[in-house]
Ligand binder design. Structure first.
Ligand code: ADP
Ligand code: 5GP
Length: 222
């Protein structure tokens, strides 16, 4: 997988990703957006598929939530203070931003997206369903949206409690599941994350398909 530049200065109106010219495609870049309830396996599947399909860059969002022990700067987020995030809102640095779990901010870095889509580089990221709605409106011809669904709510609750040891964190995330699942019909694709290999291969196949058929107008919905 293309690793993000951990030293990138996300406060500048410049891309936080250093793109290699070899990955430049003919035609506009594609923005693959993956949504689904927290704990369903979005980051796990993205890692799996991006390791199989070379040339797509993972776009880390920015957040004010605390990092988990398995996370680091740029992976899967740039972790910033509330003050920094609010300054960046004022500077129009976000394509969209939302306050999600426990009032934490999450936002996507606009200068990176503009640079990538204009210059023929492909991006992938995960985003909540409301953020994805905003992105589809802004870039209807560039976005391919994929909803990751759990095999069951019970399995989702188990994955969440395995990952977030604090039951309060898992509870906050489960509270949004119904709202998130109600947006599933708005997506171009739905992938059920039952078996990691099977679901990861399906996501990789979606990536390959759209990269191969770039000149064909992307499916528009809504
Ligand atoms: P998200 O990014 O959607 O919040 P994660 O990728 O962090 O979710 O996955 C949540 C937890 O579920 C992790 O502990 C991960 O290892 C586990 N997980 C992901 N996919 C599967 C799967 N297919 N089967 C079992 N566990 C999974
Ligand atoms: P978590 O705290 O469990 O990593 O993620 C919380 C939620 O925020 C997930 O649904 C994730 O997809 C979403 N998210 C991550 N980055 C962004 C972003 O930049 N914008 C929006 N709107 N949601 C995001």
């Amino acid at each position: 997988m293309n690793q993000p530049d951990k030293t990138a200065d996300y406060r500048k109106h410049e891309s936080i990703i250093k793109f290699a010219s070899a990955d430049k495609q003919e035609g506009p870049g594609i923005f693959f957006v993956v949504s689904g309830p927290s704990g369903v396996g979005k980051n796990t599947l993205l890692n799996f598929a991006l390791n199989k399909v070379k040339g797509i860059y993972y776009l880390p969002s920015l957040t004010t939530r605390p990092l988990r022990p398995t996370e680091s700067q740029g992976n899967p987020y740039f972790f910033v203070s509330v003050e920094e995030f609010e300054n960046m809102i004022r500077e129009n640095m976000f394509l969209e931003w939302k306050k999600i779990h426990n009032g934490n901010y999450y936002g996507t870095h606009l200068p990176t997206i503009l640079y990538a889509l204009e210059n023929g580089f492909d991006l992938a990221t995960d985003m909540d369903v409301l953020g994805c709605q905003d992105v589809r409106q802004r870039f209807p011809d560039n976005v391919v949206s994929i909803f990751i669904a759990p095999p069951s709510i019970e399995e989702l609750a188990q994955r969440l409690s395995k990952r977030d040891k604090d039951p309060e964190l898992a509870k906050q995330r489960l509270a949004r599941v119904e709202m998130e699942m109600s947006h599933m019909p708005n997506y171009h694709y739905v992938v059920i994350n039952d078996e990691l290999e099977r679901a990861g291969d399906k996501l990789a196949e979606i990536f390959r398909h759209h990269r191969l058929h770039r000149q064909v107008p992307l499916l528009k919905k809504g």
